[in-house]
Design a protein. Structure first.
Length: 154
């Protein structure tokens, strides 16, 4: 596989990985996840357990990335271990389900919160505002890798 030009600094990559691991779901969905748990200790243990699982996942990805230093991420790892067909399926599922679904949910939540802080945006429907948010953020990230990374670090 071709090698990508390395233009991101350590801070840029650290910000992106931190954003991907923590994500914005913790701000949007924490209340929904905590609602069924009535005991505070159980809730804290659940968060600690989730953090440990995320850390173990990060260790696995770190090991895979040192073992297979080429570009390609999860697709590359699946391709090397399981072959081309499972990697192909993973690529399509990522495009059609995982990434698309998470972007749609985050855009809808962002639009909902935007309307609370900027009443002028109430003229736009939530789905319309969510679409505008996705288009603007996509445009920023399409400009240049450095521009998208700088924006991600804000």
């Amino acid at each position: 596989m071709a090698s990508a030009k390395r233009v991101l600094k350590t801070f840029d990559v650290t910000s992106m990985v931190t954003g991907n691991m923590i994500g914005s779901g913790i701000f949007l969905l924490a209340g929904y996840a905590a609602a069924p748990i009535s005991n505070d200790i159980t809730l804290i243990l659940a968060w600690i357990g989730g953090g440990i699982m995320a850390l173990l996942g990060a260790f696995c990805i770190a090991e895979l990335s040192t073992r297979f230093p080429e570009t390609g991420g999860d697709f590359l790892y699946i391709h090397k271990v399981f072959g081309p067909f499972p990697a192909f399926l993973f690529g399509w599922m990522s495009l059609a389900i995982f990434e698309t679904g998470s972007v749609a949910v985050l855009a809808l939540f962002s639009a909902k919160y935007t309307q609370q802080f900027f009443p002028a945006s109430e003229a736009l429907s939530i789905p319309m505002l969510a679409s505008v948010i996705v288009l603007v953020l996509s445009g920023i990230h399409c400009l240049k890798v450095e521009v998208g990374s700088r924006f991600q670090s804000i």
